[in-house]
Design a protein around this ligand. Structure first.
Ligand code: NAI
Length: 303
């Protein structure tokens, strides 16, 4: 058995922690000594309504473990809400070491039937919340100078696509783009940023349960490991749940590099689809500027 990962002295903010996956993250961190801000609007799965009950209930569960928790009922979907949630950690615990941006809703519609309210509601709670929470947390971590951990919650639907979820999938993959850039900007300050796609039976996915491999608690081990101070992983995306933990990444195929003298035409592209699309020999550029390195290598101009 490896030594237990301790979080004593660490302050974590978990959004949407009144139930499902967020609650499991909050409980796991608290059990290990973290002080936790339990944020939850307490509304329905489509984002309507609200109540203090869910966040309060999880705070009681955490206190019963002998750990410290403070509830917050603000919405992640506005800049004011995001700022107030981070401020709750600063006011009550004096700092923020960990942000787990997890709150979520669904407004599934086939693309032809999607209306703009359902687009905005989903972009606000998922994608924009990454900014509204991420920026005040990032600033506070940078100012404190002790590094930090940010987890953005993505989804297999966002990573791979899913019928009827154009709003949700665009938001969830957008978070991966945000995560990549924050991980690059955070490097100088030891702020590590990763994205996690949960797999769990919750009220959002139907069949909510705390039992078996689909329990939300099976997502948390990977999130807790990423949030531990000893973990230096940053800029990566993982799927976690059902007792399965795996990395998902964007790879760049080697592609077809035409002779520099050739005026490439659509016909040339058509003739080279197989080489252009062949994922063999892929690379994983660490940032956009390196994405041309494969071409330099193919042309033999690399140092
Ligand atoms: P859940 O419905 O149990 O948890 C989401 C929580 O977010 C709820 O407690 C809800 O009250 C809260 N919330 C919603 N809007 C909010 C707002 N504006 N401000 C503050 N809190 C708000 O669902 P679940 O499954 O635990 O979802 C957690 C996250 O995981 C979501 O981001 C979801 O999209 C993501 N996810 C979950 C998957 C699963 O298999 N359960 C699959 C892929 C992604």
């Amino acid at each position: 058995m490896s030594e237990q990962l301790e979080f004593t002295g660490q302050v974590a903010v978990v959004t949407g922690a009144g139930g499902g996956v967020g609650r499991a993250h909050a409980l796991d961190l608290a059990r290990r000594g973290a002080q936790v801000v339990v944020n939850d609007l307490g509304g329905a799965t489509d984002g309507t309504g609200g109540s203090d009950a869910m966040a309060n209930q999880v705070c009681e569960e955490i206190r019963a473990l002998g750990a410290a928790a403070v509830p917050n009922f603000d919405s992640v979907a506005t800049p004011e809400g995001g700022a107030a949630i981070v401020q709750t950690a600063l006011e009550h615990f004096g700092k923020i070491d960990i942000l787990i941006s997890n709150a979520g809703i669904l407004r599934d519609k086939s693309f032809a039937k999607l209306d703009w309210q359902d687009l905005d509601a989903v972009l606000d709670v998922h994608l924009r919340a990454g900014f509204y929470l991420g920026q005040p947390a990032f600033r506070a971590m940078k100012e404190a100078g002790n590094g930090g951990k940010i987890i953005l919650t993505t989804s297999a639907s966002g990573l791979f696509g899913n019928f009827g979820q154009s709003n949700y999938t665009a938001a969830k993959l957008g978070l991966v783009g945000l995560m990549r850039t924050l991980s690059i900007e955070g490097m100088r300050n030891n702020i590590h940023v990763n994205a996690v796609a949960p797999v769990a039976a919750t009220r959002l996915t139907g069949g909510e349960t705390d039992e078996g491999t689909r329990a939300p608690s099976r997502v948390s081990p990977l999130v807790t490991a990423l949030c531990h101070q000893s973990c230096n992983i940053t800029g990566e995306t993982f799927m976690a749940g059902d007792n399965w933990y795996t990395r998902v990444f964007v790879g760049q195929a080697q592609g077809w590099a035409a002779d520099e003298q050739l005026e490439v035409t659509a016909e040339d592209v058509m003739a080279h689809w197989d080489t252009i699309r062949d994922p063999g020999n892929f690379t994983e550029p660490p940032h956009a500027l390196v994405s041309m390195a494969t071409l330099e290598r193919l042309r033999g101009t690399a140092d």
